[in-house]
Design a protein. Structure first.
Length: 19
């Protein structure tokens, strides 16, 4: 897994928590 893919997953998780 590249750092970019991990960052995408973190952003998606944060968006789920925010919404």
């Amino acid at each position: 897994m590249s750092f970019f893919e991990i960052a995408k997953i973190i952003i998606n998780t944060n968006q789920r928590v925010t919404n």
